[in-house]
Design a binder for this molecule. Structure first.
Ligand code: HEC
Length: 693
């Protein structure tokens, strides 16, 4: 025993040292796990496994053992879970197991394995396959880790868990046609923006400018998340509300009472190993037919049974260890789920993906940075495409008639001090129009070529059909973080107009196509350059709303500057890769507004100034907007949930929620009543009119 310790300890120390070197800031959980192991609390894994599974790319997340020592709960298959892994697992099963367990796991000379997965843990399967069952013909299998986990993924597909098929909640199927006909579905809120059009407009008017002053609290849902960003935008269908919480939970609530109908939780694997720019958040689900889709901070896409919350499939969208993460809600179109990914600060290559809604297989991917030789690659000077950026971190919109998906991208990599390169770096800070069926690019519109300030164009595109100068047009509005509102023809991508909605100094002017003449005096510099808008942006992910009744495109707006510094940045896998940072200006105040702009020319219809947020701080947060046929615009002013008159900005109602509102409100009908829901702090609050006596 002593001799063993004499070998294990020095080896352990060396490995620890390697781990320390590799791990950097995720050192903490690794040392905690090592301590637990040394204390004899993790005897179910060997020392060798402990060290191996601490390395990046591990199939299980040992960090989960810090919170609970039960391997059946903590050690789940998190890495080899894609449809490709299941296919490889099926092959391996055929070669190694089918002889005794039958080709489909139905059991021949060994027991049937096509039993519901809730009867066995991943960990039990792993050990059984690896070590066998002594004294039986179930022998140990000398297979590499990935092979065993792939077999486990395959086994999970053998027996869909039908044990509660008759239980579960009663929700009518939410077909594609229902989501596509927004006007017929105003009682519901069937996707992130209400409808595919990104308008965040509801035709409900029971709550209106005449009675909103009497709005009263109906119910509260308390989240027990450990994370500080509860940013969910609920989806509501036929009296059931679907929400997400940042720790990996999805719940179905009774939309009338707030009662929890089901809850699914997949704890964040390896929380310390995540590389996110802006913390852990999740902005909500997509629904289609009988399935709820959710993305995760470690860049997976999950499909859950809408009646029970049970997991149907899980697919890895991208590798979180190189810097991808997902916080935005996906959208579900006809048979497909569309998602992008964040990571623009980590040196990733952006993309927009479509997955088969039934199987989780990827149908197409559009890379937002072209590889050498692909169209657009001529807009790059160097071979930087693999780390080019152009992340797709917000939710896009969709036109079902044109079958075009519209998605905005973030900025690209930039080199400090490089004179403006003359290279535009497509498709950074652009609006993309992609064919829903194939992912092919229909058009693109780049708002900020070579976006050296890091503005992005990821903000939700708003699709509006309207008459302009006597011509019926299909428009796309993009209230861009760079301070301009771009109005595009969404069939062709042609610019109709671009107007400044907040102060900006980075562009001297725009030409007829919106191409900027850059102001050299606003360029980031080593010593810092004051420029507008600030680094939070003239607007940001806080979704806009289109008030149909007056034709106003309404935006949450920040008017203020940052001091932009350029700095050295060297790319290293999974690390921040940022060569321009904006810092607070101590001399210039920032002010927040809600601004509503006329659809025809982007001119200001009205504005409402919001609380100054301490005057000069750059830590500016805002809430999204909701417009209704009741003549109302709902939003938030710091901790207050507010309703203003959508025709003129006059304030009608205000309530202190006690914490920041970082999400967008939604409205829907349940049991004949119109209700309004918003997340504030760690609670979800639902309001309605008092019952009539
Ligand atoms: C030579 C025949 C044989 C082969 C090959 C074989 N098994 Fe088994 N397996 C058995 C038998 C027999 C048992 C039941 C042992 C007992 O009596 O407990 C068993 C038990 C199991 C169990 C536990 C079942 C339960 O209900 O708990 C699992 C899981 C399993 N096998 C998986 C596999 C996998 C995966 C492979 C291929 C990598 C495999 N087996 C290969 C014969 C085999």
């Amino acid at each position: 025993m002593k001799r063993l310790a004499a070998i294990v300890l020095p080896v352990g120390l060396i490995v620890t040292l390697i781990v320390v070197l590799l791990a950097g800031e995720s050192l903490l959980w690794r040392s905690q796990v090592l301590l637990l192991k040394a204390q004899g609390q993790l005897n179910f894994i060997t020392w060798s496994e402990t060290f191996r599974w601490m390395l990046p790319g591990s199939p299980v997340y040992l960090s989960n053992l810090i919170e609970g020592r039960n391997p059946h709960v903590a050690l789940t298959n998190t890495r080899y879970v894609s449809p490709e892994d299941a296919a490889r697992g099926a092959e391996l099963f055929g070669q190694n197991c089918a002889g005794c367990h039958g080709g489909g796991g139905e059991g021949v000379n060994g027991p049937a394995l096509n039993v519901p997965s809730r009867f066995r843990s991943d960990w039990a399967l792993y050990r059984t396959i690896q070590q066998g069952i002594p004294g039986t013909s179930m022998l140990a299998h000398d297979l590499p880790d990935p092979a065993i986990w792939q077999i486990i993924t395959y086994l999970a597909t053998l027996a869909p868990d039908e044990s509660v098929a008759d239980e579960g909640i009663d929700v009518a199927a939410i077909g594609f046609d229902r989501i596509a006909s927004r006007d017929a579905e105003m009682k519901n809120w069937l996707s992130y923006s209400g409808g595919y059009d990104g308008q965040r407009y509801s035709g409900l008017n029971a709550i209106n400018s005449g009675n909103v002053g009497g709005l009263a609290l109906k119910w509260v849902y308390q989240s027990d998340t450990r994370y500080n960003k509860f940013q969910v935008n609920p989806v509501v269908a036929d009296g059931v509300m679907f929400i997400t919480e940042p720790q990996g939970r999805v719940s179905a609530l009774d939309a009338l009472t707030g009662e929890v109908l089901w809850a699914f939780e997949r704890p964040i694997p390896d929380p310390e190993g995540l590389v996110t720019c802006c913390g852990v958040a999740n902005r909500g689900v997509a629904v289609l037919n009988d399935t709820v889709f959710v993305t995760t901070i470690d860049a997976h896409l999950l499909a859950l049974d809408i009646r029970t919350g049970r997991l149907r499939w899980i697919t890895q969208v991208a590798d979180y260890q190189v810097g991808y993460s997902i916080t935005a809600a996906p959208i579900a179109i006809d048979g497909k789920v569309i998602t992008g990914a964040a990571g623009g600060e980590m040196g990733i290559r952006g993309f927009v993906d479509a997955y088969n809604a039934e199987t989780g297989n990827r149908v197409w991917r559009f890379d937002t940075v072209p590889a050498p030789g692909e169209p657009g690659s001529e807009s790059w000077a160097d071979e930087q495409w693999e780390i080019g950026g152009a992340a797709t971190w917000m939710t896009g919109s969709y036109d079902p008639e044109l079958d075009i998906v519209y998605w905005g991208t973030s900025h690209t990599v930039h080199e400090p001090d490089a004179p403006r390169s003359g290279y535009d770096k497509l498709y950074g800070s652009s609006m993309l129009a992609l064919r829903g069926a194939t992912g092919e690019r229909v058009w693109h519109y780049q708002a900020t070529p070579d976006d050296i300030h890091g503005f992005d164009a990821a903000q939700v595109p708003v699709l509006v059909d309207t008459e302009l100068n006597g011509v019926q047009r299909k428009l796309l509005f993009n209230g861009n973080r760079n301070g301009f509102l771009y109005t595009l023809d969404r069939v062709t991508g042609e610019l109709i107009n671009a107007t400044e909605f907040t102060r900006q100094t980075w562009a001297k002017s725009l030409d007829a196509n919106g191409y900027p003449e850059i102001n050299p005096d606003a360029r980031p510099s080593r010593g810092g350059t004051l420029a507008w808008p600030n680094s939070v942006g003239g607007t940001n992910w806080w979704p806009p709303a289109y008030y149909r009744d007056a034709g106003y495109l309404c935006l949450p707006v920040v008017d203020g500057p940052s001091v932009y510094y350029s700095q050295d940045a060297e790319y290293a896998v999974g690390n921040p890769f940022v060569s321009v940072v904006g810092r607070q200006s101590f001399n210039e105040a920032a002010q927040r507004f809600i601004r509503c702009l006329n659809k025809s020319d982007g001119s200001l219809a009205w504005q409402k100034a919001l609380t100054a947020d301490g005057g000069r701080t750059q830590a500016i947060t805002m809430s999204g907007l909701l417009a209704t046929a009741g003549g109302l615009l709902f939003s938030a002013d710091a901790n207050d949930f507010i309703a203003v008159d959508a025709d003129n900005g006059g304030e009608l109602w205000r309530l202190n929620t006690g914490a920041r509102v970082l999400a967008a409100p939604v409205t829907y009908q349940a049991d004949g009543q119109q209700l309004v829901t918003v997340a504030a702090g760690k609670t979800l609050l639902t309001f309605g009119l008092p019952a009539r006596p």
